[in-house]
Design a protein. Sequence first.
Length: 90
Amino acid sequence: MKGSFFFYLLVLSIPVLFGAAVMQSARYADLERELQNYEKIQQEWVENNKRLIAGIAVLSSPDRIEDIARDELGLEKKRPEEVLQINIDG
């Protein structure tokens, strides 16, 4: 009697354990898909940051700034002999 109870308990626990394994496998697959999605989003952000950094480098180049100052603002570069420095000792 006692032995048959444990046998039936063992037989009934096999499908339960199998179902738990299937659920765990499905959960793992969902998490793996979610991780791949996050990695794709992260890669897009990295590429976007690279483009932005390249844009900053182009926009802040000294030649570009000098061209804008000269052509659009009418400024000109002074020669060193045209610059007067005043030092005030205090």
